[in-house]
Design a protein around this ligand. Structure first.
Ligand SMILES: *[C@@H]1O[C@H](CO)[C@@H](O)[C@H](O)[C@H]1NC(C)=O
Ligand SMILES: *[C@@H]1O[C@H](CO)[C@@H](O)[C@H](O)[C@H]1NC(C)=O
Length: 372
């Protein structure tokens, strides 16, 4: 695998030259390459609207007389909390496919991005839109079956989807419970940047380790001074007291199977830099790192699907979460792909046609079809 989209190189170059905020530039490029305006076909009706002030794009499968109520998925797109849109061509196409194949109502949430807003605003947006949608009269308006609603997202969107599921699960006022969550190569923690997958894929294109760490820092409105130290886990060294209790929740020596651990060794610093967590306490916030939630928070979460890719720094975030959910009694399907890389699911259509994109997307949709 050796794919380097020219836009990514261009953005890094701009960043290197210090001309502009690199995320704004990359977002501009992604947008200019392809945003779709609301459109409709015989199979799917697409509408741009807002749910309680949060923009959403709604994809409605065509009504079927034999099935008056539809299934539904709230979809949260990826892009490091900073890039892309529900209107981006590839996401529009993924949601269209979901609406067609599942004959469902797909709500793609246009949450606000970095650098317009920072953590936890992205979470507030997805929670607000979801709670609005879950109201009985809104579900009725879209002919949605209240018992067959799922939450899904990829990458940073998988991170937001996992955080959203945890919040809904703890909300005792909520009548409609979500049936499933489906997380595609989710980003789930910022405490250990030396899991076997981070070590193995530190320089893998699309999402090298230093880029992922920068997305985290940007999400928290931090500055890049600490990036090199975070890469060696200096922010969660043994002398950082705040991290001590959380360490067991992402102890990969016990959570990962031998086939994944291979010969990688944990990177645990005895002394690091306690100032990092003082400056960026959000690194240890469970809303940013759903993997570190207490067992009680995980208990009662909906049936879960997690897709992971071998060539991906966040592979082990997903595998560890699957293990922790299973221990908490949640029914989990871990769908691991040996030949895929971060981002592959949205590369299933022309002109970025990849067989791994088709393969992973089919597997994800098949699971939803059988479980939602
Ligand atoms: C991690 O797991 C290993 C193996 O079970 C255990 O020896 C170690 O004490 C654990 N570390 C933490 C911090 O929980
Ligand atoms: C990590 O912290 C240690 C102890 O403060 C320091 O000596 C080392 O240089 C730091 N590592 C990096 C990459 O800055």
């Amino acid at each position: 695998i050796n794919i380097k989209p020219s836009s990514l190189l261009f953005s890094n170059l701009i960043h290197y030259l210090g001309l502009s905020h690199h995320l704004l530039v990359l977002n501009f490029i992604i947008d200019s390459l392809g945003k779709k305006s609301a459109w409709s076909s015989a199979q799917v009706k697409v509408t741009d609207t807002d749910f309680d002030g949060v923009e959403v794009r709604v994809f409605e499968g065509s009504p079927k007389p034999e099935e008056p109520l539809k299934r539904s998925v709230l979809y949260i797109h990826g892009g490091g909390w900073a890039l892309a849109s529900a209107k981006t061509k590839n996401y529009d196409e993924l949601c269209t496919t979901l609406a067609e194949e599942l004959n469902a109502v797909i709500v793609s949430i246009e949450y606000r991005l970095v650098p317009k807003v920072y953590f936890p605003e992205q979470i507030h947006d997805v929670v607000r839109a979801t709670k609005y949608f879950l109201q009985p009269e809104v579900l009725h308006k879209y002919s949605v079956d209240p018992g067959r609603i799922g939450i899904s997202g990829d990458s940073a969107g998988g991170n937001l989807a996992a955080a959203l599921s945890q919040q809904l699960n703890q909300d005792t006022n909520l009548k409609n419970k979500v049936k499933v969550q489906a997380l595609i190569y989710p980003v789930l923690q910022a405490l250990d940047f030396n899991t076997p997958s981070y070590q193995q894929n530190a320089n893998t294109p699309i999402l090298p380790r230093y880029v992922m760490v920068k997305y985290w820092v940007d999400y928290f409105k931090g500055n890049y001074d600490f990036v090199q130290e975070m890469i060696v886990n200096n922010h969660t060294s043994l002398d950082v007291e705040e991290a001590a209790a959380l360490r067991a929740h992402l102890n990969w020596t016990s959570l990962l199977p031998a086939s994944i651990k291979k010969n990688y060794k944990p990177v645990v610093q005895t002394t690091g830099n306690a100032r990092i967590i003082q400056k960026i306490p959000q690194l240890l916030d469970v809303r940013s790192a759903p993997l570190i939630a207490d067992q009680e928070v995980l208990r009662g979460l909906p049936k879960t699907y997690i897709l992971t890719c071998e060539h991906d720094v966040v592979r082990d975030d997903g595998i560890m979460y699957a293990k922790r959910l299973e221990k908490a009694g949640v029914e989990v399907t871990l769908d691991h792909f040996e030949s895929c890389f971060h981002g592959c699911v949205i590369f299933a259509s022309w002109p970025t046609y990849f067989s791994v994109g088709i393969q992973t997307q089919n597997s994800y949709i098949k699971w939803l079809n059988q479980n939602l």
